[in-house]
Design a protein around this ligand. Structure first.
Ligand SMILES: Nc1nc2c(ncn2[C@@H]2O[C@H](COP(=O)(O)OP(=O)(O)OP(=O)(O)O)[C@@H](O)[C@H]2O)c(=O)[nH]1
Ligand SMILES: [Mg+2]
Length: 495
């Protein structure tokens, strides 16, 4: 019988060659792919505007996709309003415990649609401030404003009207998150990468990526829409009430930056046919947890490039490694993020540390604000420290570095209102308290950090931005985009 002798070595060699060939093909394919792939990372402290920049880039490079998403932002706009109302009522309760007593009914007031029973019962918990137990004295002499005691009946009435809405905040968040709650609140959130979070008073609700949210349930959203419509006048009366104005002016009440925009627009938002505008989408505040990836195709010089944008959530303690290392200290944020990205457990991210460019956002309006988790750290100081960590990171030393000194609109407003930089940053000294001087002062500090700490000798591109201004931001994106492409072409040897 002439059967061929079995040759173990030959077969092993064939298998080995086939594997090598497969690897070579995969390497070639990867090389080709990466020549067309531009990776951009957005970094900066919480609320610095990274996700807003991501939306602006989406608007610039893929505007139809943002248009398609608009309806799904509606419940999140509602959520931002409910959160603002909760914060207003919370502070009023602390300042004026008397208003927590039931009001005598006011004639002619519209009835609010019913809130789901599961949430209505939580009203007591939402406002269980220690101050509530203080018996209110009818003697108004301890109030700082002469009219304060006379405000109580109206505040009591407005509170009773708005309270059912506030009580639906958790139910709305639960509906949007598909019922998943994250325990531990702001400081101890454990969620996988790529989620956003609706943060309520003591909980966080992971919000699945808005892009995949077409089939969301809407029961609570509809009830909230009706309740908002039924109470729109009371919401406006509360928002414009001198008591609330007073609390904001005296810094006793600090609302998220989107709050004023949405509350001022309440009549437009409560219209039955309301669909969020691009402006609304840009104003929405949703916290990013972990890293969210966004992709666009960008055509330059007749060639199509695939942009991968990584929006890295800036809040502490929201990262989870695949190995379950858990929350990290604020100071280690960037180092950790890079470890997380460089760690090979998450294959999608394992090449991130060769990002083409990093855009670092620093909100320079935050000179009078402190970190929530560390009330002694000024937010500008925190931004400078994060920026320094970034400049010294070896893994990222090849990436182009772009610095956006953001929220210049808010900075101008604050300076115009007479808020003194010197009061919060003593080294500012006696320099003039105007926009030109202040913005230049901050710019010089960031540039100095890079000069001193970045050993790679790369250039730093600095832009002053106001991320809610579409026209101005689109011009900056054009400029930054061209720079990033130049960097990319040079890194793959084509420029
Ligand atoms: N006035 C003003 N508001 C801004 C600007 N940029 C962003 N915002 C608002 O600031 C809030 C926070 O912005 P985000 O983009 O969510 O911040 P982020 O850096 O992604 O925050 P994290 O996801 O927590 O890391 C949102 O309500 C934005 O609308 C700006 O230039 N001016
Ligand atoms: Mg974000």
């Amino acid at each position: 019988m002439g059967s061929k002798p079995y040759d173990r070595d030959t077969e092993a060699t064939q298998v080995s060659n086939a594997i090598d060939e497969e690897l070579r093909i995969e390497r070639e394919a990867r090389k080709k792919r990466s020549a067309r792939e531009v990776k951009v990372m957005l970094l900066g402290q919480a609320e610095s505007g990274k996700s807003t920049l991501q939306k602006q880039m989406q608007l610039f490079y893929a505007s139809q996709s943002l248009d398609r998403e608009k309806p799904s932002w509606k419940p999140i706009v509602y959520f931002n309003i409910l959160k603002a109302l909760r914060m207003i009522l919370g502070e009023l309760d602390i300042q004026y415990p008397a208003i927590t007593q039931s009001p005598s009914s006011t004639p002619g007031s519209p009835a609010s649609p019913e809130i789901p029973p599961s949430t209505a019962s939580s009203v007591g918990n939402v406002f269980s401030f220690t101050h509530n137990s203080v018996t209110h004295s009818s003697n108004s002499s301890h109030y700082s404003h002469p009219a304060e005691a006379s405000w109580f009946p109206e505040l009591q009435y407005l509170r009773s009207k708005v309270l059912p809405l506030v009580a639906s905040e958790d139910a709305l968040a639960s509906e949007l998150s598909g019922g998943i709650t994250v325990t531990g609140g702001r400081s101890g959130v454990y969620v996988r990468a790529g989620w956003q979070a609706l943060v309520t008073s003591n909980r966080a609700w992971p919000l699945p990526d808005i892009r995949g949210s077409a089939s969301r349930p809407t029961a609570v959203t509809n009830i909230v829409a009706k309740t908002l419509l039924a109470t729109q006048h009371e919401i406006i009366d509360l928002w414009r009430h001198p008591a609330v104005r007073n609390l904001i002016r005296s810094n006793k009440l600090y609302l998220e930056e989107s709050a004023a925009f949405f509350l001022d627009s309440i009549y437009r938002i409560t219209e039955p046919e309301y669909v969020p505008s691009i402006d609304d989408v840009l104003h929405v505040r949703v916290q990013t947890l972990g890293v969210t990836e966004h992709q666009f195709d960008v055509t330059i010089g007749g060639l199509q490039y695939h942009w991968l944008l990584y929006d890295v959530g800036g809040a502490p303690g929201v990262f989870l490694t695949a190995t379950g290392l858990g929350p990290v200290l604020r100071r280690r944020y960037i180092t950790f993020t890079f470890d997380f990205l460089g760690g090979r457990q998450l294959t999608d991210f394992d090449h991130l540390f060769i990002a083409t460019a990093i855009i670092f956002l620093a909100p320079i309006s935050a000179f009078d604000q402190y970190l929530e988790e560390d009330p002694r750290t000024n937010r500008i100081d925190d931004s400078l420290q994060l920026f320094q960590t970034l400049c010294t990171n070896k893994l990222l030393s090849k990436a182009a570095l772009i610095l956006m000194l953001n929220k210049t609109d808010l900075l101008k407003q604050k300076l115009h209102a007479g808020i003194k930089v010197r009061k919060y940053i003593s080294s500012y000294g006696d320099r003039p308290n105007n926009y030109e001087e202040v913005s230049e002062y901050f710019r010089a500090h960031f540039i100095q950090v890079q000069k001193r700490k970045d050993s790679s000798n790369r250039s730093l591109y600095v832009h002053f931005t106001s991320m809610l201004d579409v026209k101005a931001t689109q011009a900056i994106i054009t400029n930054v985009g061209e720079g990033i492409m130049r960097q990319h072409l040079s890194s793959i040897g084509l420029a």
